[in-house]
Design a protein around this ligand. Structure first.
Ligand SMILES: Cc1cc2nc3c(=O)[nH]c(=O)nc-3n(C[C@H](O)[C@H](O)[C@H](O)COP(=O)(O)OP(=O)(O)OC[C@H]3O[C@@H](n4cnc5c(N)ncnc54)[C@H](O)[C@@H]3O)c2cc1C
Length: 465
């Protein structure tokens, strides 16, 4: 057994872990040592950060060699298997014993497969490079496929796949419900009906994936945005754009394996039967607590490691960030947790600042980014900015919506309560990000402006300058 010791030990080479280690470089005493443990030789890092407002930041996610990180971060390719919190050390699969002063767990999450899948090789979840390779190989031979789930991943897959008949099974009344409301879903749906004819150009720089050199490099962080641009996800139906049939308010009730024709036969809760080659299960994730410990961690209702606003777990000197954790503090009125890049990066950085401050005996405050939910993404080829309670989350349906939509161009939705802005969904290049951020944060009474707020002849940015 090799014995190693450090001040700060970060486990996980995803966005949360890398953001934590890189922020430690800025805030920790340079005499303190930092170790990052990654299961893969490739890590994920946020690059090309563009600030779109006070908290809103657009960035690219790059997969790079762990060795290309700043040399002050010692990178070990290894896997955590046990934590001895009393004695402040961990054990790894390679037989290392690593003693730490502070530990930050950024081990991410694993895809949740639909219950009926139980060991069925024709039901796959998509999370990392390995699962995409598996998906890519399987879809080549497929003519019909079922996608289950209604979040960002399912939406992306359905939009991007060609040469295959897709049945999209969603339990809601409209598509992409994690991110959008029913009206915005309609706006997007036009994109699906002209699928294959002309896809919008994605303006964000493309996520670049280096080729893994060793087989262990395959195990790794969740994929980056635009992951589907680097792999061909087309089915067997050559020169056919593919078709999408959406099954609303339905779930998979049963999956049977067949020896003839399509290998799978699915029965949905609405009684419909679909035969297909493959099922892609994109129904969310479970925090990846894949190690043992001498002490039990307090868990949140979703099974994540319960953390306070400093990202500290219930076990002394152990922090957690990203998909693995459950945000257990009293949230600001316009913030909530969603397992996304943005929050993985923000949490990793917050954990680093908190650990460095504790080490130095200093007081810190929660980062401003936790004041308001903020996320920039791409859906169906459009930039989508989500701010605050953009879907009326937690407002008990007691809110008004101001909407402006120009088909094929932009969709602007403002969520108002008593004349004050609570959230915004901005699809397309609207240029309204910063104004909306300000209006959510300062809770200005907008009653005097009424519906003029979204009058296309009025520039609301100038209004509130
Ligand atoms: C297909 C797909 C598309 C997505 N698209 C988007 C998107 O467009 N926008 C968006 O915001 N979010 C998206 N997400 C969500 C986003 O990927 C996650 O929220 C984010 O990656 C979480 O980062 P993380 O660092 O917490 O976890 P991860 O990225 O999962 O990293 C966890 C790391 O910990 C390592 N690890 C696990 N266990 C151990 C152990 N015992 N020892 C050592 N290392 C360990 C893993 O190998 C991995 O490197 C997508 C997710 C998927 C699966």
């Amino acid at each position: 057994m090799t014995e190693i010791s450090c001040t700060f030990l970060v486990v996980g080479g995803g966005i949360a872990g890398v953001s934590c280690a890189e922020t430690l470089l800025v805030f920790a005493d340079p005499k303190d040592s930092i170790i990052l443990i990654t299961e893969s030789s490739l890590v994920k890092a946020a690059t090309n950060l563009v600030s779109l407002g006070k908290v809103l930041t657009r960035f690219d996610v790059e997969e790079k060699q762990a060795t290309s990180l700043n040399r002050a971060i010692r990178v070990l390719e290894d896997q955590l298997i046990r934590i001895e919190s009393e004695s402040h050390f961990i054990q790894t699969v390679n037989g290392n014993k690593i003693t730490f002063r502070y530990l930050c767990l950024c081990v991410g999450a694993r895809p949740k497969l639909i219950e009926q899948a139980a060991g069925n090789p024709n039901v796959i979840g998509i999370r990392d490079t390995e699962s995409v390779e598996q998906f890519q190989n399987r879809i080549k031979e497929a003519t019909r496929l079922v996608v289950v789930g209604n979040g960002g991943i399912a939406s992306e897959i359905v939009y991007e796949m060609t040469g295959v008949q897709v049945h999209w099974v969603i339990k809601d009344e409209y598509i992409s419900s994690t991110f959008v409301d029913s009206a915005a879903a309609k706006f997007f749906q036009d994109r699906l009906s002209c699928k294959g004819e002309q896809k919008a150009i994605i303006k964000r720089m493309r996520y670049s994936e280096e080729k893994a050199e060793s087989s262990t490099a395959k195990r790794g962080a969740a994929l980056g945005p635009d992951w589907h641009k680097t792999v061909d996800i087309s089915g067997k139906l050559q020169n056919v754009p593919g078709s999408v049939q959406i099954h609303y308010k339905a779930e998979v009730e049963e999956i049977q394996t067949q020896s003839e024709g399509y290998p799978l036969k699915l029965r949905l809760t609405d009684g419909e039967v679909i035969e297909c080659d493959l099922v892609v299960s994109a129904t969310g994730v479970n925090p990846a607590i894949n190690f043992s410990s001498d002490r039990n961690f307090r868990l949140g209702p979703d099974g994540g490691l319960f953390v306070n606003w400093e990202m500290a777990t219930s076990v002394d000197d152990i922090y957690a960030a990203g998909d693995v954790c459950y945000a257990g503090w009293d949230h600001a009125s316009h913030w909530f947790q969603m397992r996304l890049w943005t929050q993985a990066r923000q949490m990793g950085s917050m954990a680093a600042r908190a650990m460095a401050a504790k080490r130095a005996g200093e007081t810190i405050y929660q980062d401003f980014c936790f004041e308001m939910f903020n996320h920039v993404t791409q859906l169906f080829g459009y930039q989508v900015v989500l701010l605050g309670r953009y879907n009326g989350q937690g407002l008990d349906d007691k809110y008004e919506v101001l909407l402006r939509m120009t088909p094929g161009l932009e969709y602007i939705k403002l969520v108002m309560v008593a004349g004050r802005l609570q959230g915004a969904m901005l699809i397309g290049e609207t240029g309204l990000e910063e104004t909306c951020e300000n209006l959510i944060l300062n809770q200005l009474d907008l009653t005097p402006y009424g519906e003029d707020l979204l009058d296309p002849n009025i520039d609301i940015e100038d209004y509130f300058d």
